[in-house]
Design a protein around this ligand. Structure first.
Ligand SMILES: *[C@@H]1O[C@H](CO)[C@@H](O)[C@H](O)[C@H]1NC(C)=O
Ligand SMILES: CC(=O)N[C@H]1CO[C@H](CO)[C@@H](O)[C@@H]1O
Length: 198
């Protein structure tokens, strides 16, 4: 966790900076059960991501990001993943091989971190995994395509539809934000007028 916060605090993209400022770790039960430490993913394949979480924690969805321990930068993989889904597949394309990858489940809007995975390995296309336990892609769940390495200017590869259960809350937050923005704008206008008078 310490390493992650160090990593996040070093990141520079404005959007990530916002997450860094607000970063908080949610306290509820939330475990990424796949990939595990021994998991080896191979480029050119769909690979399974699976999670378990508390039912009553009020988390209906999250954003999936991937990072490396040895490098700065995040890969933004999927936004608004429905929590009840339980699993998604990641299809890898030209992702640099390395044994220091981990997944981050976060709400990148408010910066609340839900879970991080164990460290796992990504292998070059057509490599043969040596670990016996690597699970194959699950049928009937969405597959998100991931290409390339960390890139600070990239957007989320896939965005799922907005999570409906939060619609009411989001509207009220937006209203609050709007009032704040209007008030700030008014303040700036008043300030400008004041300066002009003098
Ligand atoms: C992230 O948090 C915001 C604000 O609390 C909320 O409106 C949004 O639905 C959350 N994102 C997901 C994917 O649940
Ligand atoms: C907890 C953990 O990360 N254990 C091991 C996972 O695998 C790497 C090598 O791939 C080991 O260095 C870690 O000790």
């Amino acid at each position: 966790m310490h390493r992650l916060s160090a990593l996040l605090s070093r990141c520079s993209a404005a959007y990530i900076l916002l997450s860094c400022l607000a970063a908080q770790v949610s306290a509820s039960y939330f475990v990424i059960s796949e990939p595990q430490n021994a998991t080896q993913w191979v480029n050119g394949n769909a690979n399974l991501v699976q999670w378990e979480k508390g039912l009553l924690d009020g988390v209906y969805g999250f954003d999936v990001e991937m990072a490396r321990l040895s490098q700065d930068g995040l890969m933004l993989l999927a936004m608004n993943v429905p929590a009840t889904q339980g699993k998604i597949n990641l299809y890898l394309q030209d992702v640099p091989a390395g044994d220091d990858y981990f997944l981050i489940f976060i709400n990148s809007t408010n910066g609340i971190l839900h879970a991080t995975s164990s460290r796992f390995e990504i292998m070059a296309a057509s490599s043969t995994p040596t670990s016996p336990a690597s699970l194959t892609a699950a049928p009937g769940v969405p597959t998100v395509t991931v290409s390339g390495g960390p890139n600070p200017t990239q957007q989320f590869s896939t965005t799922f539809p907005a999570i409906v259960s939060h619609a009411g809350r989001r509207r009220s937050i937006d209203a609050g934000l709007l009032v704040g923005v209007l008030a700030t704008g008014l303040g700036v206008l008043l300030g400008a007028g004041w300066t002009a008078l003098w």
